[in-house]
Write a protein that binds this ligand. Structure first.
Ligand SMILES: NCCC[C@H](NC(=O)CCC(=O)O)C(=O)O
Ligand SMILES: NC(=O)OP(=O)(O)O
Length: 312
């Protein structure tokens, strides 16, 4: 594994999950591994969990960490080659990436989808350019189309709470006032495909995810029907894929309630808007796994950093 850009890096999800569960029991076990190694985290977008859990993971591994809010504090980057840079962009990613690589051993990057143009987002410009020019391992901290560290944390959380041989897991769209990226939902779907589970996606008409990603998965437009007998309900808003990046429905009836949830466990990557995406009662109940998911972000990041350090 040269970089950790997507879940494609994971050959056997069950073995990664077991490894993560093991290192969670003794988080400082590999403290010598990262000595003298520096992790640099670049944020082009806001973050709470990713920023802190990845730092915590690096500290467990004995690394030193540098964090930069690149989106608000860095120079505006040019990505195209051959451009005459006489407009707003001050620095080319060729220099920026190579300079950063002189200061650290692994770089983590968060760069969300712009949601204006699908092709631009799918090109993963920021992640791809850094992977090309930096020459050091790049970790995806949520890119345009994926959030693999989140999906790995979710897999760990499901494994820790599952009591059935083949659980029923539902990914449900929920309303949101703003257009949100597809990254979390995409990676969750990809992670589900790597497990032996009964998996259903439910969303309103017009919100079907990228057909390449949901290929082979049942999409049910009736939320109540989809949630029948569910063991885990993973909730997330995403903007329309076909009407790219648009909010075309804010139907409050899609909010997750205690009544709809039944006996299922509730999951969400956070941050979550209370009483829009999910009602208070669900988040306040013992059926909610959101804090366990956030906790497992440390161990998903630690496992990935450990594997990358072992290859340096
Ligand atoms: N990293 C977890 C989710 C980040 C992002 N959510 C958000 O931007 C929510 C912002 C808001 O609620 O206004 C997303 O959906 O991909
Ligand atoms: N779940 C998640 O990635 O949270 P942050 O956006 O706060 O990092």
């Amino acid at each position: 594994m040269k970089h950790f850009l997507s879940l494609q890096e994971i050959q056997s999800l069950p073995s990664w999950v077991s490894e993560a569960v093991e290192l969670k029991k003794d988080p400082y076990r590999d403290h010598a591994l990262g000595r003298g190694k520096v992790l640099c985290l670049l944020f082009f977008n806001n973050s709470l969990r990713t920023r802190l859990s990845t730092q915590k993971a690096a500290l467990h591994l004995g690394m030193e960490v540098m964090v930069m809010n690149f989106g608000s504090e860095g120079w505006l980057l040019e990505y195209e080659d051959g451009t005459i840079m006489d407009q707003g962009k001050a620095e080319h990613v060729r220099e920026a990436a190579q300079v950063i690589a002189q200061y650290c051993d692994i770089v983590g990057i968060r760069a969300f989808a712009g949601l204006k143009d699908r092709k631009t987002d799918e090109a993963e410009q920021t992640l791809t350019a850094f992977a090309r020019y930096a020459g050091i391992p790049v970790v995806n901290l949520e890119s345009s189309v994926g959030h693999p560290l989140q999906a790995l944390a979710d897999a760990i959380t499901i494994a820790e709470h599952n009591t059935r041989k083949r659980p029923k897991i539902v990914l449900s769209w929920a309303p949101h006032p703003r257009p949100l990226p597809h990254a979390v939902a995409n990676s969750f779907v990809e992670m589900m495909k790597k497990q032996d589970v009964e998996f259903v996606i439910t969303n309103p008409e017009g919100y079907d995810l990228n057909p390449e990603i949901r290929q082979g998965i049942t999409v049910e437009h009736d939320q109540a029907k989809a949630m029948e007998g569910a063991d885990f309900v993973y909730t997330k808003n995403w903007s329309s894929f076909t009407d790219y990046g648009q909010v075309i429905n804010q139907d409050k009836n899609w909010m997750v309630t205690m009544e709809k949830l039944g006996k299922a466990r509730f999951m969400h990557c956070l941050p979550v808007r209370r009483n829009v995406v999910v009602e208070d009662a669900v988040l306040n109940s013992p059926q909610s796994l959101v804090l366990a998911q956030a906790n497992n972000r440390t161990y998903s990041a630690q496992l990935v950093l450990k594997k990358l350090l072992q290859q340096l």
